[in-house]
Write a protein that binds this ligand. Structure first.
Ligand code: NPQ
Ligand code: MG
Length: 368
């Protein structure tokens, strides 16, 4: 494949409602979109870094900088770029997995569009639709939370994830479990807000039969998660900690994680995400697809990934309107609690030019 150049586009999308987690409140999603252009096609990728380095050390301006100065030039210097060569070229730079994932998926998209193959087919999808869960932010009160959960269940979501932090954990979990009963698939996500000293407190969640507790401790504390796993009955699921297939294997082997959240942005791309899927399957560890408030571009790729066989728990693969009034692609919608895996070439979706214009802050063209 020959490339003509790469466009970096900054967009800003207002959220339908503020989204509060243990690390802060988001009102406006800033995104870097990557468009890779060949003579015959173009491919899109979405960088999931946040405006500020709160989820991980990456943030939007840093991702744009490393793309512009290092990753895009390394890609354009390849004599015959493809997704595998791109991944190898990016590996020569430390860190910045979200920036790498965005560019890697744009390269994959353009090459798959040229060959007429879908993301799902390329990755090994075995389902036409995937079950959708929803992540519910921290609220000011339990009644407010129940109103939100009511609405999501009415819309058809098949699993609820409550964001938790110290002071907002046992009471909201109890209230939701009591209101909807034992049948509701329910889990929590702490985004690193606790310490091992909170083990006895976290064990108070055990009676509520949660599917899992996601990332209770800081990301680098794998040993702490292994210790915590001995003190609580609820399965521990790692998100922030799992940065590669090698780390996933280590975390599984020391008993730090019984379930794994896979986010392609966090691990440097869809190739590494598929390897994590594969090593988890080999170890009997179920996985599910996380979310980073993606637009339709990132969502399309995630939904394709979530259709692989070891994604046996509903993901944070919500419908577009969970986050955005107007998505930049045709919106992903719930059909009986499921989201459909696109079947067209590449991502199978593309940005609508008018919708894209309406949210674009700036663009730059990096020519080959
Ligand atoms: C998680 N996502 O699983 C994350 C974290 C997260 C859907 O719960 C702006 C951009 C705000 C990305 C807040 C979900 C965000 C964000 C939370 C990601 O840990
Ligand atoms: Mg998480």
């Amino acid at each position: 494949m020959k490339l003509e150049g790469v466009e970096l586009r900054r967009i800003a999308m207002p959220l339908v409602a503020p989204f509060r987690t243990s690390f802060g409140t988001e009102l406006n999603r800033e995104v870097v979109l990557v468009r890779v252009v060949s003579p015959d096609a173009e491919g899109w990728g979405e960088c999931v870094a946040m405006s500020a380095p709160r989820y991980s050390s990456e943030y939007v301006d840093a991702a744009a900088d490393v793309l512009r100065r290092f990753l895009v030039p390394a890609l354009l210097a390849l004599p015959d770029p493809d997704v595998y060569g791109a991944e190898r070229a990016f590996a020569r730079f430390k860190g910045h997995p979200m920036a790498k994932a965005a560019l890697e998926s744009a390269v994959l998209d353009v090459s798959l569009r040229e060959s007429g193959t879908s993301f799902g087919t390329f990755l090994g999808a075995v389902h036409d639709t995937v079950p959708a869960g929803v992540s519910v932010g921290i609220m000011d009160s339990v009644p407010e939370l129940l109103t939100a959960v009511d609405r999501y269940l009415d819309e058809g979501y098949l699993r609820i994830k409550l964001k938790i932090e110290p002071g907002w954990d046992v009471a909201p979990v109890r209230a939701v479990r009591e209101r909807y009963g034992a049948e509701l698939l329910l889990q929590v996500d702490a985004n690193t807000a606790y310490t091992l000293a909170d083990a006895r407190h976290l064990a108070k969640l055990d009676p509520f039969d949660l599917l899992l507790i996601e990332q209770p401790l800081p990301e680098h504390d794998l040993a702490g998660h292994a210790s915590l796993a001995q003190l609580v009955r609820t399965p521990i699921c790692l998100d922030e900690s799992i940065t590669s297939a090698a780390v996933a294997v280590h975390a599984i082997n020391i008993g730090a994680t019984r379930i794994v959240n896979i986010k392609p942005g966090r691990v440097g791309g869809y190739l590494e995400a598929r390897r994590i899927h594969d090593v988890c399957a080999a170890h009997g560890i179920p996985v599910w697809c996380g979310g980073m408030l993606e637009t339709g571009i990132g969502r399309a790729a995630n939904v394709a990934l979530a259709a692989l066989p070891n994604f046996t728990l509903p993901g944070d693969t919500s419908a577009s309107d969970r986050y955005y009034t107007r998505d930049i692609t045709d919106p992903f919608v719930l059909e009986d609690g499921h989201v459909r895996v696109p079947t067209g070439a590449g991502l199978g979706v593309e940005p609508d030019p008018d919708a894209l214009d309406a949210v674009t802050v700036s663009t730059e063209w990096l020519a080959a």
